[in-house]
Design a protein around this ligand. Structure first.
Ligand code: DX5
Ligand code: ZN
Length: 224
C-alpha cells in the first residue's frame, strides 16, 4: 500500500490545523513533522508542543522526523506529545540500536534515516530492529529542494535486502517528491511518500494530495 505523508514544513503554520486537515481530506494518511535543532541541520523548526496540538487536530499518524543531535533526550517528550512514529538519523546516533529500542519502548514505530551520502550498508545491523527506513532524497534542512535521483539505488537495495533477509520494514522517501518524480520513486519500491512543497506550496492541499496519490497508485498498479 502507498501512503502519502504531507510534510508540514511547507504549511502555513498560522493555519496549521486547517492545512493538515485539508491534506488528510485529500488522502494524506501520515502527517510528517520535521524537527530541526540548528545543529544537526542548518535550520530550526518545531518541537513537542506543536506535536501535542497536532494530536488534537487530527487522528492521522504523526510521523516525527528528528533531525537533531542527542535524540534520546527528546524521544520521551515526543512520545508523550502524541507521536506515532519517530525516526532518527543514523548519522546523529552514537548508539543507534539503543535509540531505536528507546523509541519502541514507548510503543511507537521506530525508523532510521540516511542522508544522501550515507550508504545502506551502514544500516545492516539495525534492519531487523526498525519498522521503517527513511531514505533522504535531498540534504535535510529545507523544503522545496531538488530531488537527488541517485538515492533510488539505495531504495532498490533496501527492497532486495528485505526479501533476502525476510524482513518487513517499510521504505519511506523524503525530499523533492512531486508529480514528475513520483513515477521513478514508486517504481523503485518506495511505499511512503513524504511531500512538503508539492502539497502545501501552491494551491489547495486537498487537491494536491489527491493528485500525488493518484499518480503514485497508477504506477503501483502498473508495477503489480
Ligand atoms: C527536509 C525535510 C523534508 C521536507 C521535504 O529536511 O526532511 O521533510 O519537508 O520537503 P519537499 O517535499 O518540499 O522537498
Ligand atoms: Zn522530513
Amino acid at each position: 500500500m502507498i501512503e502519502l505523508a504531507p510534510s508540514i514544513l511547507s504549511a502555513d503554520f498560522a493555519r496549521l490545523a486547517e492545512q493538515v486537515q485539508s491534506a488528510v481530506a485529500g488522502g494524506g494518511s501520515v502527517v510528517h513533522v520535521d524537527v530541526m535543532d540548528g545543529h544537526f541541520v542548518p535550520n530550526i523548526t518545531i518541537g513537542p508542543p506543536v506535536v501535542r496540538s497536532l494530536r488534537k487536530a487530527t487522528a492521522a499518524t504523526l510521523d516525527c522526523h528528528l533531525m537533531i543531535e542527542n535524540p534520546d533526550q527528546y524521544i520521551p517528550d515526543f512520545a508523550d506529545a502524541g507521536a506515532n512514529w519517530i525516526s532518527v538519523h543514523q548519522e546523529a546516533c552514537r548508539h543507534l540500536n539503543r535509540t531505536l529500542h528507546l523509541i519502541k519502548s514507548h510503543g511507537l514505530k521506530a525508523g532510521v534515516v540516511i542522508n544522501p551520502a550515507t550508504p545502506v550498508e551502514t544500516l545492516s545491523e539495525v534492519l531487523d530492529v526498525v519498522d521503517y527506513v527513511l531514505v533522504m532524497s535531498v540534504n535535510p534542512g529545507f523544503g522545496a529542494q531538488k530531488f537527488i535521483p541517485g538515492v533510488l539505488d539505495k531504495v532498490r537495495k533496501l527492497v532486495d535486502l528485505r526479501a533476502t533477509r525476510r524482513l518487513d520494514y517499510r521504505i519511506e522517501i523524503d525530499g523533492g517528491v512531486a508529480l514528475d518524480t513520483i513515477p521513478e520513486i514508486v517504481h523503485a519500491g518506495v511505499e511512503i511518500l513524504v511531500a512538503g512543497n508539492a502539497v502545501f506550496g501552491n494551491g489547495d492541499p486537498k487537491v494536491n494530495a489527491g493528485k500525488l496519490l493518484k499518480a503514485a497508485n497508477k504506477v503501483r498498479l502498473l508495477k503489480a
